[in-house]
Write a protein that binds this ligand. Structure first.
Ligand SMILES: *[C@@H]1O[C@H](CO)[C@@H](O)[C@H](O)[C@H]1NC(C)=O
Ligand SMILES: *[C@@H]1O[C@H](CO)[C@@H](O)[C@H](O)[C@H]1NC(C)=O
Ligand SMILES: *[C@@H]1O[C@H](CO)[C@@H](O)[C@H](O)[C@H]1NC(C)=O
Ligand SMILES: *[C@@H]1O[C@H](CO)[C@@H](O)[C@H](O)[C@H]1NC(C)=O
Ligand SMILES: *[C@@H]1O[C@H](CO)[C@@H](O)[C@H](O)[C@H]1NC(C)=O
Ligand SMILES: *[C@@H]1O[C@H](CO)[C@@H](O)[C@H](O)[C@H]1NC(C)=O
Length: 811
C-alpha cells in the first residue's frame, strides 16, 4: 500500500524539471567556482591527525591541532573534488575510500513535486476564533487508560521492494560506473562518483547532457592525478575533535550525575539476521502507527500500583528494545512544509478518529477536508498566540523575547501554538505534554514543525539540567503545582535560570470561583516560601484571561532569611543537573553566586550567546576535545560551521527547505545546531547519558536539548523528525546495546524521506549502510577515508510484510 501511494505520487511529477535543471546547472557552476578558488588551500597533511583517532592527540602540538582544525577544508565530497584536482600527491592511500551511488534522481524529484502539489492546494483557513474549552491544553487531566486504537499493522504491511538490496545496489553502482567512464576497477573513483551523485540528485533526464559534461570534467581532473583519494583526509575532520576527556575532563556524565542510573538494556541477542542481512518486521502493537515503546508498555502500565502521579504517563521501557518497524498510517503523505505547517497538517498523518468527535466544538484544531487546521489559538489565547505573546511581554518588559529570553519551557503545551508563534520572536520553546490517548497533541505539534516531547510532570525529574530555561510558561496546564509540598513547582524551580520568569496563565489568576481562590491562595503561599517574586498580574481585556508572572531569585538572601526551611534547601550533594531517572526532590538548590559559576549571571543576549563561550567555562577546565574549555568550544563551533556550510548544506543533495525538525543524536557543544542557525529548522540536541554533560553549555548558548540513552526509545512520536545526525554515536552505543534496535528506533523517529547522517568509524558506517539497505533506504552518499566514514541515507515509505507482535505493547 505504501509503495502504491509512493508510485502514484511519483507519477504526478511533471513540471518542476525545468527549473530544477536550471538550479542544478547553476549549482554545478558554483561548485566549479568554489573548487577553483579553494583548491590551493587544501591541506593534505591531515592524515597526521588520523581520523580514527589512533594517533595520540598528545603527540600533536596544540598549535598544529588548532591550525588543522581551522584549515580543514573538506568535510565533504566537494572538497575532496577540489583537492583532487590539486595534485596532492603526497598522499597515496587508496582503496579505503569508496563512494556508492545508489541514488535515483527520480526520488528527489518526487519529493519536490509532492511539495509543489501541497503548496498549490493550500486552502484558506477560515477558522473562527471562538473560545476553546479547558480540556484543550491541559496536561494532566487525561486519566484514560483505555486503548481505543486498533493496530494498523497488517494493513500497512505490504510494501514493495521485492528485490534484494544487494542486487539493486550492485546494479546501480555498475550503471554509474559505466555512465561515468566505464571504470571496471572494483575501486570506484570517489571523485567522479560523487560528482555523479551530486548532479543526479537534482537533475532529470533533460539535463543529462549537462551532468555528463560535468562528470567528464571531474573525471578528467581526477584522472590527472592518480591519487583520487588522497585528498580525502580532509574529509573527516570530525576526528580532530578527539574526545580525550570523557573520563577525567571537567564535565562529568549524566550517567555519573544520576546515581540511580543502571545499565539496563544490555541485550545483544536477537540480531534477527538471515543470510541476506536483516529481516525486518512491522510491529503489531496496540498503539499501531503511533507506537512509542517506552510510553506504550502496556504490560508495565498494568503492573503500576498507582497512577496518582501520572506514573502511567512516565517512561517504562520494554526490557528489550524492540527491533520491529512501526507501521505507516493509511494515507500518509509527505508532511506539509514549514511555515504552512504551523497552520495546517494532513489529517491522515495524525489520524485520531476520536478527534473530531471529542474536540469538534473547540477551536484549537479543526478538521477541514484533508487537513487539520490550527486557527492559531489555544484555550488561553483565543485571539491568537501572537497577541498573547505580546501581552506577556507587556506585563514584564524584561522578558524581551528573543533577546533576554531565548530558550523557554512550555509545560502542558497542547498543540504548542505558543512555541510555534514564538519562533517569530527568535525564541526557542521546549514544549512538553503527556502522551494522551484520544488526540496526540505532541504529535500534532511535531507534525506542525514545532518542537515538543512527550513527557509528564510525574514522579521523576524532567530530562533537563538545572538553571537552564530563561522562562517557563504554563497556560492552563492544570498541573497541581501547589500540592504535596509544591514538589512539581520545585521541579520548575530547579530548571529555571536564576532571575528567570515563570509565566502562569490559569483560571486561579483571574477567576473567583471557590476552587480558583483556593488554588490561588495556596500558590501565593508556596511561591512566597520559595522566594519567588510576584512581578505582576496582568489581565488581558481582549482574551479575558490573566497571567501571573513570578521571578526566581538571583541571590540566596531570601532563602537565608526565611523563618522555616520549607521548602527545604537541597543537600549540598544533590546535583541540580542530575536528571536521568532521578526522582523528584521537594527541595531548592542554592543560587550559584560565585562569579565563575553558571547561573550567577544571565547569559549574553541572543544571538551573541550562540558564539561566545559561556563566561563560566574557564581555561583551567579541560574541554571534551582535550583543549582548554573555551578554546574547545570555539574550535567545535568553527568545525561544525565548516562541515555544515561546505558539506551538509551543499554537498549531500539535501533540500533544506524541506527540513524542519532536526535532531543531533549525540551533541557535544551544540555546534551542529549552531551552524544551522540561519535555516528555518530547529535542532533537538541530545546529550547521551554517558557523554560528558555539556547540555548546560548548549542551553547557555541559546540552544536546547535533553538527556537521553539511545539504548532506549526516545519520547517522541513516530515520523517526527526530518533529519537525524549521529556523530560517533553508534560506535559508542554498540558496546552497550543492540544496534538493530537503535536502527529500528531511528526508523521510527524519522519521517519517510527523512535523512540520517552518520559520521563514524568505517566498520560502523558499513554496518549502518548495510542495515539501511535492508530497510530499503536510499544510500545517498557514503564516503570513507582510512578508518573514518561519512554516510547519508534517506528513509523511504517501505514497510516489511511480516508482522512481529510485541507482547509488552499489546493490550
Ligand atoms: C581519540 O583518541 C584516542 C587515543 O588517543 C582513541 O582511542 C579514540 O578512539 C579517539 N576517539 C575518536 C572518537 O576517534
Ligand atoms: C598536477 O601535477 C602534474 C604533474 O605533477 C602537473 O603536470 C599538473 O599541472 C598538476 N595539476 C594541477 C592542477 O596542479
Ligand atoms: C557537453 O559536451 C558536448 C560534447 O562533449 C557538447 O557538445 C555540449 O555542448 C556540452 N554541453 C554543455 C552543457 O556543456
Ligand atoms: C586522564 O587521567 C589519566 C590518569 O588518571 C591521565 O593519564 C590522563 O592524562 C588524563 N587525561 C586528561 C585529558 O586529563
Ligand atoms: C497482533 O497481536 C494481537 C494481540 O496479541 C493478536 O491477536 C493478533 O493475532 C496479532 N496479529 C498478527 C497479524 O500477528
Ligand atoms: C530508574 O531507577 C530505578 C531505581 O531508582 C530503577 O528501578 C529503574 O529500573 C530505573 N529505570 C530506568 C528506566 O532506568
Amino acid at each position: 500500500m505504501a509503495l502504491g501511494k509512493y508510485q502514484r505520487v511519483d507519477g504526478r511529477k511533471s513540471s518542476s524539471y525545468c527549473s530544477t535543471g536550471v538550479v542544478i546547472a547553476f549549482v554545478a557552476l558554483c561548485l566549479v567556482g568554489v573548487w577553483m578558488m579553494t583548491s590551493p588551500s587544501v591541506v593534505p597533511e591531515r592524515n597526521e591527525i588520523s581520523q580514527d583517532g589512533k594517533v595520540d592527540v598528545g603527540e600533536i602540538p596544540t598549535e598544529t591541532k588548532s591550525r588543522q582544525f581551522e584549515d580543514s577544508q573538506g568535510d565533504l565530497p566537494e572538497d575532496a573534488m577540489k583537492g583532487d584536482s590539486n595534485n596532492n600527491s603526497d598522499q597515496q592511500d587508496e582503496g579505503n575510500s569508496e563512494v556508492h551511488d545508489n541514488q535515483k534522481a527520480s526520488q528527489q524529484t518526487t519529493e519536490e513535486t509532492t511539495e509543489d502539489n501541497q503548496g498549490g492546494k493550500s486552502e484558506k483557513d477560515d477558522g473562527d476564533k471562538g473560545a476553546g474549552s479547558d480540556e484543550t491544553s491541559n496536561a494532566q487531566t487525561d486519566k484514560g487508560t483505555g486503548s481505543d486504537e486498533t493496530s494498523n499493522a497488517q494493513t500497512e504491511s505490504n510494501g514493495g521492494g521485492e528485490k534484494t538490496e544487494e542486487t539493486e545496489s550492485n546494479a546501480d553502482s555498475g550503471e554509474t560506473q559505466t555512465e561515468t567512464g566505464g571504470h571496471a576497477e572494483p575501486v570506484e573513483n570517489p571523485i567522479e562518483t560523487k560528482k555523479e551523485e551530486k548532479v543526479n540528485e537534482k537533475v532529470d533526464e533533460n539535463q543529462e547532457q549537462q551532468s555528463e559534461n560535468s562528470s567528464d570534467n571531474k573525471k578528467d581532473s581526477s584522472d590527472s592525478s592518480q591519487g583520487a583519494n588522497e585528498v580525502f583526509p580532509d574529509v573527516a575532520p570530525a576526528e580532530i575533535l578527539n574526545e580525550t576527556t570523557t573520563q577525567n575532563g571537567s564535565f562529568s556524565t549524566q550517567r555519573a550525575e544520576s546515581k540511580n542510573e543502571k545499565e539496563k538494556h544490555q541485550s545483544t541477542e536477537s540480531k534477527e539476521e538471515d543470510s541476506t542481512g536483516y529481516s525486518w518486521k512491522v510491529c503489531n502493537v496496540t498503539a499501531g502507527p503511533d507506537y512509542i515503546p517506552c510510553l506504550d508498555n502496556v504490560q508495565a502500565l498494568k503492573k503500576l500500583r498507582s497512577t496518582r502521579h501520572y506514573e502511567h504517563r512516565e517512561r517504562h521501557c520494554p526490557e528489550e528494545a524492540p527491533t520491529c518497524l512501526v507501521a505507516l498510517p493509511e494515507g500518509y503523505k509527505r508532511p506539509i512544509e514549514w511555515p504552512v505547517s504551523r497552520d495546517k497538517i494532513w489529517y491522515h498523518n495524525v489520524p485520531h478518529t476520536k478527534l473530531a468527535a471529542v474536540k469538534g466544538h473547540q477551536n484549537w484544531v479543526k478538521v477541514t477536508g484533508e487537513y487539520l487546521t490550527f486557527p492559531g489559538g489555544g484555550t488561553q489565547f483565543k485571539y491568537g498566540a501572537s497577541h498573547y505573546i505580546e501581552f506577556l511581554q507587556d506585563g514584564v518588559l524584561d522578558i524581551a523575547w528573543g533577546k533576554q529570553s531565548r530558550v523557554i519551557l512550555d509545560v502542558g503545551c497542547g498543540v504548542a501554538s505558543f512555541g510555534g508563534y514564538l519562533f517569530d520572536k527568535d525564541v526557542l520553546t521546549m514544549s512538553l505534554a503527556p502522551k494522551d490517548e484520544h488526540e496526540a497533541q505532541v504529535q500534532f505539534a511535531l507534525e506542525r514543525g514545532i518542537p515538543a516531547i512527550s513527557a509528564v510532570m510525574g514522579t521523576k525529574r524532567l530530562p533537563f539540567p538545572g538553571n537552564v530555561f530563561d522562562a517557563i510558561h504554563c497556560a492552563r496546564c492544570r498541573v497541581p503545582w501547589h500540592i504535596e509540598g509544591g514538589q512539581l513547582l520545585l521541579e520548575l524551580n530547579r530548571m529555571l535560570r536564576p532571575g528567570g520568569y515563570f509565566l502562569w496563565s490559569a483560571t486561579p489568576v483571574y477567576q473567583k470561583l471557590p476552587e480558583d481562590v483556593e488554588i490561588w491562595n495556596a500558590m501565593t503561599e508556596l511561591t512566597k516560601k520559595m522566594c519567588w517574586e510576584l512581578v505582576t498580574i496582568k489581565e488581558d481585556k481582549v482574551d479575558l484571561v490573566g497571567a501571573a508572572i513570578y521571578r526566581k531569585p538571583l541571590t540566596n538572601k531570601c532563602y537565608e532569611s526565611r523563618q522555616e526551611n520549607d521548602p527545604p534547601l537541597c543537600k549540598e550533594s544533590d546535583d541540580p543537573n542530575a536528571a536521568w531517572n532521578v526522582s523528584l526532590q521537594a527541595c531548592m538548590h542554592k543560587i550559584p553566586v560565585d562569579e565563575t559559576a553558571r547561573g550567577s549571571h544571565w547569559p549574553e543576549q541572543w544571538p551573541l550567546r550562540l558564539e561566545r563561550p559561556p563566561y563560566w567555562l574557564t581555561s583551567t577546565q579541560v574541554g571534551v576535545y582535550g583543549k582548554a574549555a573555551p578554546e574547545d568550544f570555539t574550535s567545535d563551533y568553527k568545525h561544525w560551521k565548516h562541515v555544515v556550510t561546505k558539506s551538509y548544506l551543499t554537498g549531500m543533495g539535501i533540500s533544506w527547505s524541506k527540513v524542519r525538525n532536526v535532531m543531533d543524536m549525540r551533541s557535544i557543544y551544540g555546534g551542529f545546531a549552531a551552524a544551522l542557525k540561519d535555516l528555518n529548522v530547529w535542532v533537538m540536541n541530545v546529550v547521551t547519558i554517558d557523554s560528558p554533560d555539556t547540555l548546560p553549555i548548549i542551553y547557555e548558548r541559546g540552544l536546547f536539548g535533553m538527556y537521553h540513552d539511545w539504548c532506549e526509545s526516545f519520547s517522541t512520536y513516530p515520523r517526527s523528525y526530518d533529519l537525524l545526525h549521529a556523530d560517533h554515536l553508534f560506535s559508542k552505543l554498540k558496546k552497550r546495546c543492540n544496534l538493530v534496535a537503535v536502527m529500528a528506533e531511528v526508523d521510527r523517529i524519522l519521517r519517510p524521506e527523512g535523512k540520517l547522517i552518520v559520521r563514524d568509524n568505517v566498520e560502523i558506517i558499513n554496518e549502518i549502510e548495510k542495515m539501511a539497505k535492508s530497510l530499503h533506504w536510499e544510500i545517498r552518499l557514503t564516503y570513507s577515508k582510512d578508518a573514518e566514514g561519512l554516510l547519508c541515507v534517506q528513509k523511504t515509505m517501505w514497510r516489511p510484510k511480516e508482522i512481529e507482535t510485541i507482547a509488552s505493547a499489546t493490550a
